[in-house]
Design a protein around this ligand. Structure first.
Ligand code: ADP
Length: 256
């Protein structure tokens, strides 16, 4: 796509001189389109739980509240859908903050940070009886934005627990590479991801199995947030996965 502007250079001479400037706006148009798509997706995703909440509340008000079974069933749906709505709003805010704020660099003790993220997910870990192991050098520190790194680990660990089998394993490991880089690996022996889905999982709102993810409160934004945060930290992320075998996310971060 091309935009043009023209300037008359010297109107006082007898021969007319015009400067035409052409701009390639393909990239800008793509960004605009992506923003429009995102707003459309957000509206759609928010509307689904809101419609359910108002629909079931209306049915209750119209008389279903007098049937104790219906009352319990509909209130449960209203509760679940409002939890989902709240999770969506939290993730959408996290995504926009990941994009907009600048890094606030601090010294981060990686083993301690991972332990605190793990502690915050203890309920999910216990419920699923997943074994979380860590292999992180005790003296490994990073000069990095702690909030961002913590959110990356939290989202990856949440998925490694969630898309795992009962009593499955998760390993979080880190190595200081010689060339001023730290490699952080989160791997599980869970359900795995088919190879043609692997590049799409970082897209906003993308879920491999929509029905299953929705039932379980997934928003399809967790990995989009991770990808955005890793980019903000000037890092790289890769996924290796095999269906039925497990998934491994490798993040490389600069540590100067
Ligand atoms: P969701 O909220 O659905 O978990 P994510 O953006 O975190 O969204 O992940 C996108 C999709 O990638 C998920 O729906 C799931 O199908 C797949 N996925 C993510 N992490 C894993 C994992 N560790 N093992 C298997 N599948 C995964």
């Amino acid at each position: 796509a091309v935009d043009a502007s023209a300037v008359v250079l010297n109107p006082h001479t007898d021969h007319f001189q015009v400067l035409v400037i052409l701009y390639d706006v393909t990239y800008l148009r793509q960004v605009e389109q992506m923003q429009l798509d995102f707003v459309g997706n957000v509206s759609h995703e928010l509307k689904t739980p809101v419609t359910a909440i108002s629909g079931f509340a209306e049915t209750l008000l119209q008389g279903a509240k007098d049937d104790p079974d219906a009352l319990k069933q509909f209130l449960t749906i209203i509760y679940q859908e409002s939890t989902r709505l709240s999770q969506l709003i939290t993730d959408i805010l996290a995504l926009s903050q990941a994009d907009s704020q600048n890094n606030s660099v601090q010294t981060v003790h990686l083993a301690k940070l991972v332990a605190s993220v793990e502690a915050s997910l203890q309920q999910q870990i216990t419920q699923k009886q997943v074994h979380v192991m860590t292999e992180i050098p005790e003296d490994l520190t990073l000069q990095i934005d702690e909030m961002r790194l913590s959110q990356i680990i939290r989202n990856l660990l949440t998925n490694a627990i969630f898309y795992n089998h009962e009593a499955g394993n998760v390993l979080i490991s880190a190595t200081q590479k010689s060339n001023q880089q730290v490699e952080l690996v989160v791997q599980d022996n869970g359900i795995g991801i088919e190879s043609d889905e692997q590049q799409r999982i970082f897209e906003r709102f993308y879920r491999v199995d929509k029905a299953r993810s929705r039932n379980n409160g997934g928003t399809g934004l967790g990995l989009a947030i991770v990808a955005e945060l890793v980019a903000k930290l000037d890092g790289k992320i890769q996924v290796n996965s095999q269906l039925g075998v497990g998934t491994r996310f490798v993040i490389t971060l600069p540590n100067e």
